[in-house]
Design a protein around this ligand. Structure first.
Ligand code: ATP
Ligand code: MG
Length: 335
């Protein structure tokens, strides 16, 4: 099972600018979580903090029981090996072939011989649909392929925690769905803990077990998908529907008066953009039939059952409707 990552009261500033404060959340081990938030709210900074590349001023970050804000440099080095990270820009080495890029962590962190490295690299290239492109340089392939190469590289050390920063940027909607399916299939196969940062509403609605949202320098919410997908919190609703009307503005955050003026325009018939609000919630995607059963499904059901009494009626109904769905499909796959 993937390991638990939890933050308690972490605050991060650059100079006088506070990026977010008092962020506390627990990524349940082996589950897939998504972090949402408008541009510039510090999602990438948050991911970098989880692997100790950036250091919050206060609070604690426990990874598999070790507080990475207190531990020694050598402990941090060991902890980092648990992570597979896909950075926002893919972060490939421009002068290296895809093969060498994907092989890099193996050469850097393991003593595996070249034939073993070759086997692993080709396995991950196949998984991410890049077989045949191994000799290409990053500059010679499309943005979507670079994303997938970054993902292949993030997977070579069999990580227990996979952090992915905007896997969908630069991907068409179909490829985004394929990569979404890939995340759930990888999760079914290795039971790693996932945190995916995305702006993609469709991915957010269909992939994760849990969703969190950063806004106005705070973690507005973090919880089971049903809680956010049925939420009446204005910023969560606006984001999940891609609307202009609501607290999120183009650059600055809006004040109350502006929000009301815009709402009045919409009430008078102006199109606020975004997608139609969906009645109820879309069922979660599942691992491809034939894959191992996603163990996170059962663990999460038990976990969420314990908190049912704390949820809103809408969230509770959605959770109850989801119970049993994952089992039914895994039974089908076993036949
Ligand atoms: N190393 C750094 N030094 C100073 N400021 C930084 C640094 N890294 C990020 N910032 C600032 O922190 C804020 C949050 O940046 P971050 O990249 O985390 O946003 P984001 O939520 O990932 O946005 P996007 O959705 O556009 O990727 C920005 O104002 C950015 O300028
Ligand atoms: Mg970012």
């Amino acid at each position: 099972m993937g390991v638990e990552v939890s933050t308690a009261g972490i605050t991060k500033s650059f100079g006088a600018q506070t990026i977010w404060r008092e962020v506390s959340l627990t990524l349940p081990p082996g589950e897939v979580s998504v972090l949402l938030g408008p541009s510039g709210t510090g999602k990438s900074v948050f991911l970098k903090s989880l692997i100790g590349l950036l250091r919050p001023e206060c609070g604690s970050i426990h990874v598999d029981g070790t507080d990475i804000m207190q531990c020694s440099t050598s402990q941090l080095y060991e902890i980092r090996k648990l992570f597979g990270v896909l950075f926002q820009d893919g972060a490939l080495f421009g002068s290296m072939s895809l093969f060498d890029n994907v092989a890099f962590p193996l050469r850097e962190h393991t003593r595996k011989n070249e034939s073993e490295i070759r086997r692993i690299v080709f396995e991950k290239l196949e998984l991410t649909g890049l077989l045949g492109a191994e000799d290409k340089l990053p500059g010679e392939i499309s943005g979507g392929m670079r994303k997938r190469a970054g993902l292949a590289r993030a997977l070579v050390l069999d990580p227990e925690i996979i952090l992915v920063d905007e896997p969908d940027s630069g991907l068409d909607p179909v490829r985004t769905t394929y990569i979404s399916q890939l995340f759930l299939d990888i999760n079914a196969q290795i039971d790693a803990t996932f945190l995916i940062v995305t702006h993609n509403i469709n991915l957010a609605r269909t992939v994760p077990d849990n969703i969190g949202m950063l806004f106005r320098r705070e973690l507005v919410m973090f919880g089971p998908r049903e809680v956010l997908l049925t939420s009446d919190e204005p910023v969560v609703k606006q984001f999940l529907n891609g609307r202009m009307v609501g607290p999120i503005g183009m650059s600055e955050e809006k004040d109350e008066a502006q929000i009301e003026r815009e709402q009045a325009l919409v009430d008078a018939g102006h199109h606020a953009g975004g997608v139609d609000e969906i009645e109820g919630i879309i069922p979660q995607m599942q691992a491809t039939p034939g894959m191992p059963f996603r163990q996170a499904v059962t663990r999460r059901q038990n976990r969420v059952r314990e908190m049912l009494h704390t949820l809103t009626p809408a969230a509770r109904t959605a959770v109850e409707a989801s119970f049993g769905v994952g089992h039914a499909v895994s039974d089908l796959a076993d036949r």
